[in-house]
Design a protein. Structure first.
Ligand SMILES: CCC[C@H](O)CC(=O)SCCNC(=O)CCNC(=O)[C@H](O)C(C)(C)COP(=O)([O-])OP(=O)([O-])OC[C@H]1O[C@@H](n2cnc3c(N)ncnc32)[C@H](O)[C@@H]1OP(=O)([O-])[O-]
Length: 719
């Protein structure tokens, strides 16, 4: 609702009330219309202030209403009537004004923001554009280049930046509503013509066509197939080149296309999924609302390789005191230098002081005796990790949480080495750990809910999107990656090239195709793991058994590449060729094509034409099938957990919602039918066999993704 009151004898105060962010749902919109009518018709009222309750102006249109038959007054006429009012209307922005909330403020004659408030037009992140005249008013107010930047990125800006851009008129340090009320009184009687933004001309831009062409090109390159950023540019272009009324019409047409698009549905799903995963639960019933963490003041990082350095930086930048331990002399010296550089660069970017004084470096494990939490980031070797956990258990004070950054290994085996296994959890960061947003928090069978709560809270403080998952090889992210990568290899054997597969995946929206990722991360990494698992045979093995290991299909192609010393970017040769070692510019390599032809000839494989569609179906459906198995095994609490892990950690295009949401969009019967087809053609590839949960969901009429948790419960009870 919106509450109306008369304050200071002459100011009509309209307070938006719709917790938690005062979104502009139908009831609020009705409230605003009624309140404005009261204020404008009351002769006692000389000016109007609009604010939001509980220190929050407005989070925009009510996203939950999208997809329903939206009733109630529309926003555009409401904002026009505010702008046309003959009494000054002032927006008092506390907390934030986002999307429709900022558009509401742009319909007012003046905007006053609290110094801690943020504003922005984040519609693009929901697959939309600011279609309550925001795309037309903002460029008129702050100019085309600044508006393009805000609207196409959706970034939230501070009140100080908003003031600098001319988006707000004043910044208040204390009571914003009081300040706005006094301000509203002070402008009574002044002409409002110059305050009605829709009457403004966009400030002229030299070479407007060139500017838009450049922006459009850049967006096409970076948006990876997302349509909303392109529509945003088109809408701002309309503002720059057309009269307001025509620009508004263009905004409406563009919004009509976006509003019902699959991309908007996917992005809005991601918005809510990100919030759902913070409400974690464990199979034993423990959950975020029943499990309390403990405050962490001092943390330690053990092992200062690439991951340990990033984790130490992320902790220090969040304000934690960190003891960074590395026992090898050379690595210790290199790490100190590297961490200092990372902190400096971070400080430059954020404008804050570099947090050098937050980190104490030591080569001695005794230095961590008094920390509250340890994150182990030593080499990915179980024997080494077990030894470290034994030492940690001896050195640390009782009650210290012991976390491992392992990306695949069994948490439970490490916990078994300690005196308090209930305090052991996985904190799987992604490289570079001070940049990447994802954190998989992994609970083993003995991890206490308190330890999970601590790791989740720590992740949140560090600005990570944290997802709690169960313990299994590879957890969620890497476990699902395996069948995807297997399929990519099998497709090479059957006739594809690395560039054909990568192109299909990149056109789908992945930041990088599977083979470019291999080259970036180093082919030798997986080779080492496969050797430890006893999968690697010299020369790739021979005869029929060369393509079978442990009873299932195996492609030795990656091993053969490593035998040739082709480790990827670092050696200047991998699945692609590079100008020099360390270069990133991947070019197709005729050597690789000959290598594949020789391989096929040796194994009696006849190359066939492989379509982009087949690449997508084979790689993605195999991955999705593993996702269903993960749900079936209770490793992830719901499909949202999987999708958020993939969107934030594995370059899955956000506008496709994550693998499980994508399966839901494609249609579960189709996914099942294609998996059945591929499984029949490849009986030695068990990951293509459709799993029980997928079959049961299809058999029960393919309920929407929001109902899968319910269906999962039934599957668990029937298994
Ligand atoms: C014609 C229309 C044109 C118009 O241009 C379109 C728009 O305005 S599109 C909109 C453009 N606006 C945006 O894109 C802004 C979207 N919102 C945000 O970015 C953040 O919520 C905000 C920064 C406001 C607060 O962050 P924070 O303090 O960390 O808090 P939090 O994030 O945890 O949210 C708390 C709870 O509020 C919920 N909820 C939030 N917003 C909305 C909403 N608009 N609606 C419904 N619900 C919303 C959220 O789901 C959560 O619910 P729950 O059940 O507790 O999980």
């Amino acid at each position: 609702m919106a509450q109306y009151s008369l304050v200071s004898g002459s100011v009509g105060l309209i307070t938006l009330k719709n917790p938690p962010v005062n979104a502009l749902g139908a009831v609020v919109r009705h409230g605003i219309v009624d309140s404005v009518e009261k204020a404008l018709s009351d002769p006692k009222v000389k000016s109007v202030v609009i604010c939001g309750q509980n220190g929050m102006f407005c989070g925009g249109a009510d996203i939950k209403e999208f997809g329903t038959d939206m009733k109630g007054p529309p926003l555009i006429p409401m904002f026009h009537s505010l702008e046309a009012a003959n009494k000054p209307v002032v927006a008092a922005i506390e907390g934030g004004a986002f999307g429709g909330g900022l558009e509401l403020a742009l319909g007012c004659h003046y905007r006053i923001a609290h110094s801690k408030a943020k504003v922005g037009l984040p519609e693009v992140t929901l697959g939309l554009l600011p279609a309550a005249a925001g795309s037309q008013r903002l460029p008129r107010l702050i100019g085309v280049p600044a508006a393009l930047n805000l609207i196409t990125t959706g970034r939230h800006i501070t009140a100080a930046e908003a003031l600098q851009l001319g988006l707000v008129d004043q910044v208040a340090d204390h009571n914003t509503v009081d300040t706005a009320v006094k301000f509203a009184q002070s402008v009574v009687g002044k002409s409002l013509d110059s305050r009605r933004i829709s009457n403004f001309q966009c400030p002229p831009v030299p070479n407007v066509d060139v500017l838009f062409e450049e922006v459009m090109q850049k967006i096409r390159q970076t948006s990876r197939g997302a349509i909303a950023p392109i529509a945003c540019v088109q809408a701002v272009r309309a503002a720059a080149t057309l009269p307001y009324k025509d620009g508004l019409q263009k905004e409406k047409e563009l919004m009509a296309t976006l509003f019902t698009s699959g991309q908007a549905r996917s992005l809005q799903y991601c918005f809510f999924a990100q919030r759902v995963v913070s409400r974690w639960s464990m199979p034993n019933g423990a959950s975020w609302d029943t499990s309390k963490g403990r405050p962490i003041h001092k943390a330690a990082v053990i092992g200062l390789g690439t991951m340990g350095r990033g984790i130490a930086v992320a902790l220090a930048q969040t304000g934690f005191s960190v003891v960074a331990v590395e026992t090898q002399e050379k690595q210790f010296m290199d790490a100190k230098k590297a961490v200092a550089g990372m902190l400096e660069r971070g400080a430059k970017r954020s404008g804050k002081v570099a947090a050098h004084d937050k980190i104490i470096y030591s080569q001695n494990l005794q230095a961590i005796a008094d920390v509250d939490l340890v994150i182990e980031a030593v080499f990915e070797d179980m024997a080494l990790k077990k030894r470290v956990f034994r030492q940690l258990s001896d050195v640390c004070k009782p009650g210290t949480f012991l976390c491992t950054n392992t990306s695949t290994l069994d948490i439970d085996q490490m916990a078994a080495e300690t005196r308090q296994p209930e305090l052991v959890v996985g904190m799987h960061f992604f490289a570079p750990a001070h940049v990447m947003k994802l954190l998989e928090v992994v609970y083993g069978p003995r991890s206490s809910p308190e330890a999970v709560a601590v790791a989740m809270q720590l992740g949140k403080k560090m600005g990570k999107v944290s997802v709690a998952v169960g313990n299994c090889r590879g957890f969620v992210g890497n476990r699902m990656l395996k069948p995807y990568r297997d399929q990519a290899y099998f497709l090479l054997e059957e006739g594809a090239t690395p560039e054909l597969i990568d192109q299909a995946l990149e056109e789908f929206g992945f930041a990088m195709g599977a083979f470019k990722v291999y080259d970036l991360s180093g082919l030798d990494v997986g080779w080492k793991v496969r050797k430890e698992e006893g999968l690697v045979l010299p020369g790739g093995g021979s005869g029929k058994s060369a393509r079978i290991r442990q009873g299932v299909r195996y492609s030795p192609l990656g091993d053969l590449m490593c035998e040739e010393g082709r480790f990827g970017q670092k050696t200047g040769r991998g699945w692609y060729q590079y100008d020099k070692p360390g270069s990133r510019d991947a070019k197709p390599d005729p050597w690789v094509h000959r290598f594949l032809e020789d391989y096929r000839a040796r194994h009696g494989l006849v190359a066939r034409r492989i379509s982009n569609q087949e690449v997508l179906e084979r790689c993605l459906y195999a991955m999705i099938n593993e996702g269903f198995r993960i749900l079936e095994d209770g490793i992830a609490a719901g499909p949202e957990d999987i999708d958020i892990i993939y969107v934030f950690g594995y370059g899955w295009p956000r506008h496709r919602g994550g693998p499980m949401f994508y399966a839901n969009m494609v249609g579960l019967p189709i996914v099942l039918e294609r998996l059945e087809h591929f499984a029949q053609a490849n009986p030695d590839v068990p990951t293509l066999q459709p799993c029980n949960l997928l079959r049961k969901l299809v058999a029960s009429g393919s309920p929407p993704i929001s109902k899968w948790r319910e269906a999962m419960k039934n599957v668990h009870s029937q298994l």
